[in-house]
Design a protein around this ligand. Sequence first.
Ligand SMILES: *Cc1c(COP(=O)(O)O)cnc(C)c1O
Length: 463
Amino acid sequence: MGVNSDQLRLLPSVDELLQSATGKRLSEQYTRPLALAAIRASLAQARSEIRAGVPCPPQEALLARAEQALQRGQQPHLRPVINATGVIINTNLGRAPLSQQAVEAVQRVAAGYSNLEYELEGGERGSRHRHVEALLRELTGAQAALVTNNNAAAVLLALSTVAAGREVIISRGQLVEIGGGFRVPDVMRQSGCQLVEVGTTNRTRIGDYATALSERTALLLRVHPSNFVMSGFIESTPLNALVELAHRHNLPVMDDLGSGCLLASEAYGLAHEPTPQESIAAGADVVCFSGDKLLGGPQAGIIVGKQDVLARIAKHPLMRAVRIDKMTLAALEATLRHYQRHEAPSHIPIWRMIAASTETLARRSSHWATHLQAHNIPARLQRGISTIGGGSLPGETLPTMLLALDAASVPMPLADLSQRLRLRPTPIITRLHHDTLLLDPRTVLDEQDEELVSGLVEEFSNK
Ligand SMILES: *Cc1c(COP(=O)(O)O)cnc(C)c1O
């Protein structure tokens, strides 16, 4: 007891620390109340460490801790991370990174006034949708287009407009949960329509839909089961057969695609992802998809389809509640222009990642390894796979070359190392697989290479 209380008596007072040169500087830099709180917290931490048998730290160490806490407190809470997981559309990490042009478009519109809802020609009120409507019509072949803040909102809005109080026929194989609690049956109920399930989990035929039709039917709905794959004894009804049946009964068909993939995914060694162009060509009346999945743009919901139905959707009171904001619109327009100019694969980050060759990826990970080895960090390369993620192209993988750090050659538990990497000012998010920490160059932006390597070096030497 004697030792501990002697050590406790050695601790300086709050005032002593606050009046020191460093203390004064911290007060000036961060305001006195914040500096005071950080110094108190630093002293409290030292007190409990001393009680646990640690000797009293020197004054500089106490102030250094306070300063670190103040620095951490100044960091924005929402901030960029380095995604070394190899999951390209990672919902937890903000889905699609924007292209340079999309970022610049946001900046231009965010910093000042814009013609968001203003017709420059006539000097009168305009619609925010028209900034992207022509582009979306051109790219998908649809008659009309609308945008919302995300695809969940687009689905809710479209169902509420077209089918509230009436029946919607859907295959049992398409009553999916997308993630984050988004379940198709719940959204349908929320929109006030009644669900009529047809077929079985693995097989639904056109006859199942035909039998379920009644005078209460408002809509035939197809939902792309975007985040799981079924194989074996399966059968689903092609969209054009649904359209043919529905239109014979003067009913519309809605297609929730999930991912709005405008490019041919099979050209990149992936399975074919249904495109909005195909749904429109098949005659679907309403087609919904996300802006930040395979489209590679900002979070948004896109509705394309027939003029008359979309005009009704645009007038629904919910439209206001789910409307898109000006920064998102700016990013969406810039993203869509990449497709219009046929430069999407080279300009849109997620498509560049998908298109990256194994040779390019191997060159980057071996470049990382060389730098780490120069600091005596035994990194090696390992073949592996990247995935699309974000509920898009489930089960589809892309071959990659990973940087691997083995537990046996790392001076601390791998879980600790991965946590240290996560807690950096620019967090580095890695993949922990058994006894190896893996980093995939595919999802690391080129300009983050240096930061990634120096981060690893620092956390290694900082044991
Ligand atoms: C992802 C997804 C949604 C939800 O889209 P958000 O843009 O995330 O709101 C809806 N339906 C399907 C089929 C999806 O895959």
